[in-house]
Ligand binder design. Structure first.
Ligand code: DGJ
Length: 730
């Protein structure tokens, strides 16, 4: 059993594979957080409580006097009592009061993991999980709050979410409803986030925790380019292979907050959930509100182990549908090859040439619909542009298919251009505030997905296109964030629900479309990686990692992304040089080696390339296909970080440890540089590994303890890389 309620100790003991989490009921009312860390069997909880001599301005924690919650680690802190730290929730009553007083009421432990209605979530089809629901009640106002914890018995993972029920007679207003809170008893940690911008997503940022609140958030209506809904606390000695790390990832694609508050007693309060900024939710009598869930991963073996836990978990318990665990195709996308300037002939040539090199899919990107020849118009008019494709989609798809490759199509279904038939017909269908200016982003407005009529229209329109031709892949793009947020259909007292309702609507549309077209591989995109989060991965198993396809920039972007997200979720393309985003020129081989560390593809005009380059591409594709399974679903070990120096290395090891591929990249050449070698990881120390092209077996022990000498091929010139492939004899 993963979860037990120890009656004598009034404690919930949650046992993951190698981790334990403990909550204790104190004074028969409050839930106190006791422990989260390496596994402890038969814990004596009484001895784990803080012997608190700390006094607070409110009084002591002395049992005989009034209890100060300010000095106690609290499981799900309220606003308005003696805990003056950051509350996890806040509710306004009809009389204007914001005071609630929850008491432990009851609990249940169930086998499995119930679904989260209307929200993406991890799932467990094999009953290898147990779920604890703790019911807290404020009987004065009829509020029930259920804290849910699921323990995956084969992982060091706990998922948490919260559900609010209004069982009273009058309405309540949620002002804040975070998904989780953990109080740590010290602040000797680094706070790690994945931060960046468009074309520079998910760079690793680490800072020591300090007194006060450090947080990341999104107020843009999407998880965003600038902050990913992920944070981790790292012990000071934490590395890729050692030290304690606590990871938190919110399964949500909208406004979020993740924060760590260090208080006067040097304790750290970590919390995460929907951003309370510009959020309210009216809960009428009888209604309930479900928070998104947080995936909490613990490791005492460093960041690499944490990441592999997230990767396996997401591959097995988040991603759904036909392409879960399926090889992902090598594709060519016409965006950077043609931008808006294409016609049937151009696409036909691209597909023909690409098929000869081993590419498996042509993706027709932006510009195939309405009168879209630039980003000024036509979003919403999802009918084929007959000037560019006079014979329609079907004729093009037939041609593409005749070369033995599949066809994919780009949409941006959440948007509408003011210059479109759809907008002219339904100007109130976008997110807006009456009488206010509607700011544009990339010349477009956002369709109000909180509205049923808008959602229904989009579902039907997209379905018609997808039924009109043999489309096996969809790239679902989203290219602006929210401004002037409001919905025409919501009453005044619900306007602050718009952003969350939008995300709930988006999930409904994604659920419906992906259910209707189970054979289509969906790739999500948001100006590159502007909505790369587990919420979207629940519907669409892969994500365009970044619009920045420069090999050097991609090292950091892909390294950072891999902190949480599996390789199978990350798409990576070889693009033209000089690179369109950075102007940098690098070799085809360097660009290929970087892009191969993801779902591989091309995004350049191969019809202009020399025969020699095409032969190199053909070889790259052959190599990739030969190790695709290993890359997409193997275990990732990060060896050298692009954030720490000039050389980056990572490797993929098959689950049975019989195969490994190691990539090493050098950014700049350093003349007369020192000798250098690096150690491999994740191999079986007892196996003999044969490096491709040699007949000398080297033990896993040697490769992991001595390592590999810096390959000579990296010695000359900038932007060099090398792939080593190993096969083991057991
Ligand atoms: C932004 C995406 O990230 C690009 O890959 C491309 O699809 C453009 N949108 C098309 O407008």
């Amino acid at each position: 059993m993963s979860i037990i309620f120890d009656k004598s100790q009034k404690s919930f003991i949650l046992q993951g594979k190698e981790t334990t989490y403990i909550i204790k009921i104190i004074r028969d009312k409050y839930l106190s957080h006791i422990y989260w860390g390496d596994r402890i069997d038969n814990p004596v909880v009484e001895t784990m409580m803080n012997a608190s001599g700390r006094s607070s301005f409110h009084g002591n924690s002395d049992e005989n006097r009034s209890l100060s919650l300010d000095v106690i680690p609290i499981e799900y802190p309220a606003y308005g009592n003696t805990d003056l730290r950051n509350p996890a929730y806040q509710i306004q009553l009809e009389n204007g009061s914001r005071i609630t007083d929850l008491s432990y009421d009851s609990h249940e432990i169930v086998i499995g993991k119930p679904n989260l209605e209307g929200l993406p979530h991890l799932y467990d089809n094999d009953n290898n999980t147990e779920t604890l629901n703790i019911n807290l009640v404020d009987s004065l106002i009829g509020l029930k709050v259920v804290l849910s914890y699921t323990v995956f018995s084969n992982y060091n993972v706990i998922t948490r979410s919260v559900k609010f029920y209004n069982e009273g007679k009058v309405s309540l207003k949620l002002l804040k409803a975070l998904s989780m809170n953990v109080d740590f008893n010290h602040f000797d940690y680094d706070f790690m986030t994945l931060s960046g911008s468009w074309a520079r997503e998910r760079h690793i940022i680490k800072r020591p925790l300090a007194h006060g609140t450090q947080s990341i958030e999104s107020r843009r209506g999407a998880s965003g380019h600038s902050e990913n809904p992920f944070m981790a606390l790292l012990s000071k000695n934490a590395t890729e292979t050692n030290g304690e790390v606590y990871g938190f990832n919110l399964v949500y694609s909208g406004n979020f907050v993740a924060s760590a508050e260090v208080d006067q007693y040097n304790t750290t309060r970590v919390s995460m959930g929907i951003n309370p900024f510009d959020f309210e939710w009216l809960l009428e009598a009888g209604e309930s509100f479900q928070s998104p869930e947080v995936v909490m991963v613990y490791s005492s073996h460093g960041l690499g182990d944490m990441s592999r836990t997230y990767h396996n978990l997401y591959n097995n318990h988040l991603v759904r549908g036909k392409y879960k665990n399926e090889d992902r195709p090598v594709l060519i996308n016409n965006w950077e090859a043609t931008y808006f300037d294409f016609n049937e002939e151009k696409l036909d040539n691209l597909a023909k040439e690409a098929s000869l090199l081993g590419v498996e899919l042509l993706v027709l990107d932006d510009g195939w619909f309405g009168k879209r020849n630039s980003d000024n118009s036509s979003l919403g008019d999802w009918f084929v542009n007959k000037e560019k494709l006079p014979n329609g989609l079907n004729a093009l798809v037939d041609k593409v298919n005749s070369y033995g490759i599949g066809f994919g199509l780009w949409f941006e279904p959440e948007m509408v251009s003011p210059d479109s038939d759809l907008y002219r017909k339904h100007p109130d269908w976008c997110i807006h505030v009456p009488d206010r200016y509607r700011s544009l982003g990339r010349n477009q407005c956002i369709l109000d997905y909180s509205r049923t009529d808008v959602r229904d229209y989009i579902i039907e329109t997209l379905s018609n296109v997808l039924l009109s031709a043999k489309i096996t892949y969809v790239k679902w793009d989203m290219n602006r964030n929210m401004s002037e947020i409001g919905s025409k259909m919501l009453p005044a007292n619900r306007q602050k629900e718009t952003a969350h309702r939008y995300i709930l609507g988006l999930y409904k549309v994604m659920e419906e479309i992906t259910n209707r077209f189970p054979n289509i591989l969906f790739e999500s995109c948001s100006g590159g990686g502007g909505r790369f989060d587990p919420g979207i991965l629940y519907y669409m198993p892969q994500n365009w990692t970044s619009d920045d396809t420069d090999g050097v920039e991609r090292l950091k972007i892909q390294y950072g992304t891999s902190m949480v997200y599996p390789t199978s979720a990350m798409t990576a393309h070889v693009s033209a040089t000089p690179n369109h985003q950075t102007g940098r020129s690098t070799s085809l081989s360097f660009r290929g080696d970087v892009a191969m560390a993801g779902n591989f593809g091309y995004e350049l005009d191969i019809t202009n390339m020399s025969n020699e380059e095409k032969q190199d591409m053909k070889k790259q594709i052959e190599v990739y296909k030969d190790m695709r399974r290993l890359i997409q679903y193997g275990d990732l070990y990060r060896l050298l970080s692009p954030f720490d120096g000039n050389i980056t290395a990572w490797m993929y090891v098959s689950k049975d440890k019989a195969e490994a591929s190691v990539f090493v990249y050098k950014v700049l050449n350093i003349p007369n540089d020192g000798l250098f070698r690096f150690k491999l990881d994740g191999l079986n120390p007892e196996y003999l590994y044969y490096m491709e092209g040699t007949d000398q077996g080297i033990s896993g022990k040697q490769l992991m303890n001595f390592g590999l000498n810096m390959p000579l091929e990296l010695g000359k010139g900038d932007f060099r890389s090398k792939l080593f492939r190993f096969k083991a004899i057991k």
